[in-house]
Design a protein around this ligand. Structure first.
Ligand code: KG4
Ligand code: ZN
Length: 350
């Protein structure tokens, strides 16, 4: 089974061809970073037009690199939500056009489900498993029970974790998108203990029993530190601040992941797994590219007897392979969509 996958829900125009043997036959990502750097963030209308300008060429190039004709495909998948509606429509309409012209099934992919299924592109991970989805738009803990069956265990009350990275990075004068730049800056900090002492940032809602996240307070704390130190005799040590922020975010995510793993065990889910298979904690979405966060989650998973699975870095941020792979899984489950399927700017996984 060979699927063409198209991703245009934010600022990456991405196309890939993937088969059900987990071979990525082509994988193209055209980032709009240069365009959005000028405005310090994504302007939806600008993003949609940029997708429109490049998508046709990328689709043809992906087919060429995979050495396939459209007639060789078994289906065409596109992100149909959630995301910026203009961009989503560009990718969805392109996929529908290819499907219609070549009489192939069309597969409407939920972008969040694609992130949650990406580790299964690397190897088979049995359901149920826990998903920590951390991206620019979402911070969620999900129980993945099967294709199309998810329980939402936690979400954020305000900003997503990627948003906290991006906005704090912007305040520190770093370019868009802030997350990866902030990670690089934090790596220049030579003493994390000193960074923590100089910029004490508290884990948001540390003692809350419910699993909810909140990141807007951290962003405000960063703003206050920058305001306090600019002009004062203390000069802002940006690498220390970046390290302190990244550290508290890593602690926050691993605390909540630990609580979710406890809940998974208490609910008896290991009994649903094949004999000998350790329960899996999957971390996915753009922020899962952060190596300090991965390391913190790895320690938390090990402590609870879970296996942490994180996609390779090129499949963490938005890409076409994750959409094509979700297309493989959905088509196998018989979940195709009609050509009048409507794009969904909001599309909760539940
Ligand atoms: O999944 P994604 O590519 O797009 C959405 O669906 O939102 O995630 C993008 C987010 C951005 O906020 C970006 O700053 C963040 O992922 N990100 C990172 C890193 N790489 C990407 N955050 C922290 N550290 C990184 N290395
Ligand atoms: Zn994403």
């Amino acid at each position: 089974m060979i699927i063409l996958g198209i991703e245009t829900s934010c600022d990456e125009t991405a196309v890939a061809v993937v088969d059900d043997h987990r071979t990525v036959r082509s994988h193209l990502v055209l980032s709009q970073i240069d365009i959005h750097c000028l405005t310090g963030g994504v302007v939806p209308e600008v993003a949609a037009r940029a997708h429109l300008d490049h998508l046709d060429r990328l689709i043809l190039e992906a087919m060429k690199q995979a050495d396939l004709n459209f007639s060789d495909l078994d289906g065409v998948a596109a992100t149909c939500g959630p995301g910026l509606i203009g961009g989503v429509m560009v990718g969805m309409m392109a996929a529908k056009s290819v499907a219609l012209a070549h009489s192939k099934p069309f597969i409407a992919v939920n972008h969040l489900e694609a992130h949650a299924l990406t580790p299964r592109l690397i190897r088979d991970i049995p359901f149920p498993y826990l998903v920590l989805l951390v991206s620019g738009g979402h911070t969620q803990i999900l129980l993945a029970q099967d294709i199309g069956r998810y329980q939402l265990w936690a979400t954020t009350r305000d900003d997503a974790v990627g948003e906290c990275f991006d906005k704090s990075a912007k305040m520190m004068g770093l370019p868009y998108p802030g997350g990866p730049h902030l990670e690089k800056l934090a790596a220049q900090c030579d003493d994390l203990f000193l960074a923590r002492a100089r910029y004490p940032l508290a884990i948001p809602m540390q003692y809350s029993k419910d699993l909810a996240f909140s990141f807007s307070g951290l962003k405000t704390a960063v703003r206050q530190i920058i305001d306090r130190e600019s002009g004062a005799e203390d000069t802002l040590n940006r690498a220390y601040l970046a390290a302190a922020l990244q550290d508290v975010i890593a602690q926050t995510l691993s605390l909540r992941a630990s609580q979710a793993m406890e809940k998974f065990i208490a609910a008896g889910y290991p009994a649903h797994l094949p004999l000998g298979a350790p329960p899996a904690l999957i971390v996915c979405g753009g922020v899962s590219a952060n190596l300090v966060i991965r390391a913190a989650l790895e320690r938390a998973a090990q402590a609870q007897g879970f296996e942490l699975m994180a996609p390779p870095l090129q499949y963490c941020t938005d890409n076409g392979a994750m959409i094509a792979w979700a297309g493989v899984e959905l088509l196998k489950a018989g979940r195709t969509a009609p050509l009048n399927f409507k794009a969904r700017p909001r599309w909760p996984l539940e």
